[in-house]
Design a protein around this ligand. Sequence first.
Ligand code: DX5
Ligand code: ZN
Length: 220
Amino acid sequence: MTNSIKISPSILSADFSKLGSEVISLERAGADYIHIDVMDGHFVPNLTIGPEVIKKLRPLTEKTFDVHLMISPVDKFIKDYAKAGADIITFHPEATEDSAKTIELIKKENKKVGISLKPKSKIELIEKHLHNIDLVLIMSVEPGFGGQKFMPEVLEKTKALKDIIDKKKLKIDIEIDGGINFENCILAKKAGANILVSGSTIFKENKGDLKKNIEILRKN
Ligand code: DX5
Ligand code: ZN
């Protein structure tokens, strides 16, 4: 894990009628990653985008595609998202019968592996896999929709996870996702998060000035 903060804007808050130019604008505005929320209307009560869309976006930027899969069962789609151009593939342990197997499927595609914890999901659920993954995505809202309110209770879990990672001397990124704004980003960083996902704040604050909003999230 690096000490520098990375910003991963969620295109869930972008204008879907011009997704390509939105991704290009995010790159120009200084985004580190592009966060792509994939929802199936089953694991979460919302539907978003599939591999075909990601495939079309792939040639537009070299930025890391940070793909957050909120789909169940997840295994049968790993290959599709890998082939479409995902760089990091993050899944929820509740969406698979065997997290170890899902991790292996992602690795077989030479992609970075992330596991996501919903607000109420405990670290114990993933602890034995930590040595085998690249990233933990802490959800600070219930997955499903952008624009929800940050749940401060996940900060304790973030701190506890950071302690475990440091104690085990692992190189794992901690990403936080949901309701991140200019104030709580400070707390998230302090708790140990080094990748911040943000949809609403980046696309809506300061009249949608992407560059300014990314900079504030990074520097605050
Ligand atoms: C929620 C998604 C988040 C969300 C972030 O299920 O995983 O990535 O879109 O959007 P904001 O920043 O608006 O909470
Ligand atoms: Zn997400």
